[in-house]
Design a protein around this ligand. Sequence first.
Ligand code: ATP
Ligand code: MG
Length: 508
Amino acid sequence: MGPQSGSPATHVAIRDVVKRYPGVLALDRVTVDVRRATVHALVGENGAGKSTLGKIVAGAVVPDGGTINVGGEPVSFHSPRDALSSGIALVHQEISLVPGLSVVDNVFLGIEPGHAGFVDRQAQRRRLRGLCDETGFSLEADRPVRELRLGEQQKVEIIRALARGVELIVFDEPTAALTREEAEQLHGVIRTLRDRGTTVIYVSHFLEEVLAIADAVSVLKDGHLVRTAPAAQETVDSLITGMLGRSLEATFPPKRRVPPDAPVVLRANNVTRRGVIEDVSLTVRAGEIVGVAGLVGSGRTELARVLFGADPRSAGHVEVAGRAVRIRSPREAVEHGVALVPEDRKGQGLVLQGTVLENITMAGLNSFTRLGFIRTAPEAAAAGSIAEQVELRPPQLDRPVATLSGGNQQKVVFARWLSCRPAVLIADEPTRGVDVGAKRTLYELLQSLAEEGMGVLLISSELEELTGLAHRIVVMRQGRLVSELPGDADEAQLLSAAFGESHREVTA
Ligand SMILES: Nc1ncnc2c1ncn2[C@@H]1O[C@H](COP(=O)(O)OP(=O)(O)OP(=O)(O)O)[C@@H](O)[C@H]1O
Ligand SMILES: [Mg+2]
């Protein structure tokens, strides 16, 4: 027993925990003390073992070795239900709500307070209102969950955990699917939870965010614990060095120049989808990275989907590499050389049961064979080299995608669209969930693809990602393109363009 494990402040004592998967040691004798009523962050590269550790604490994964004590008592969880009865819940990115049921029904599913066999709807509503007041969330009790944005669904998950009286919540990359404003709101909620005595284990790749919100940070690398330290003793650089085993000088590689005579590879003229995007005109030249900024709901993802043929357009036309094209489906988009890295990898990106090879070659299949799913040597070789370019870990093509860590799944999505060598790559939040080291790799990859002549339309909510990579940045607001700024615009300029007049009024 370690010297601190008897301390009353320790909520969860993780001792020498081991988890093996075929071919990988996901956790190798990891020991961490999580103190009560603190925010304890887990950081590390993609595949370091963060989710595995979080899932073990929350009963979703059973360890192969080691011990876990909760409140000084040894526990042995074999399911999330076991963990719940010890007051522990997991909120992860893959939402586990029932889409057809309302907010209130999801929150109280399985714990419905009532008497004489009747569900007391009034009491449930009161209780839901109380929990919303406590957290500052506003949720409509009767809205079916399927109508809510991902960020709102996540709030329902949090309220659901609180309604069960949990004392510890594991958040696995909770802000990866949230907007900047929603992420800030969630930080407020987490602080409130902590101040009222709840313990939080927090997994994130946003290191500034981790330092702002956490009391302690554990750094994992290749399944080992590197160290646990108070957040106040860490900096972004010290965390990166701990995670990667090396420092990272600059996040963004220097921008390459676009030749002034570079041809236009994508031209959108007055592209409209009634009620969603209005009259959007833009150009992307070969070698150019054009950033798209805007608040959530400003129409960025919708524009991407219309250009890719995933949603219909009601007016306007598109030219690819100087030719007018009709793109009415993603298949036609791919045929004309337009690719999309979608925002939501689970919903639109991946076939989780399929192997890495199958997922990578799915879009580019036509260039290898027109006869269907025939695995050929050149196909595998091409996929292998793309997997290497995106630094897939482990670099095995025959693994089911479901067994990859979250960030590595995102790399497979990226790899798939590179495999069809598009003239235009539309990338919608391409680095969500990707660790800082791998991000840098993807940035370099985007740049070198651009240098080879690809045009890139880059949608990102991380303003520094836009200013760090883009040659020009267009700003969307309420479905329209409202301004165009140079790639070296500062954050304040971008924000005021994104918020528009109303923002100036509010802040004046
Ligand atoms: N169900 C599984 N089957 C096989 N291997 C798995 C499974 N789940 C995770 N792994 C492997 O265990 C290791 C740790 O994965 P884990 O998901 O914990 O990483 P992570 O730190 O959360 O990474 P990320 O930042 O990408 O989400 C990885 O090598 C991963 O491929
Ligand atoms: Mg993970």
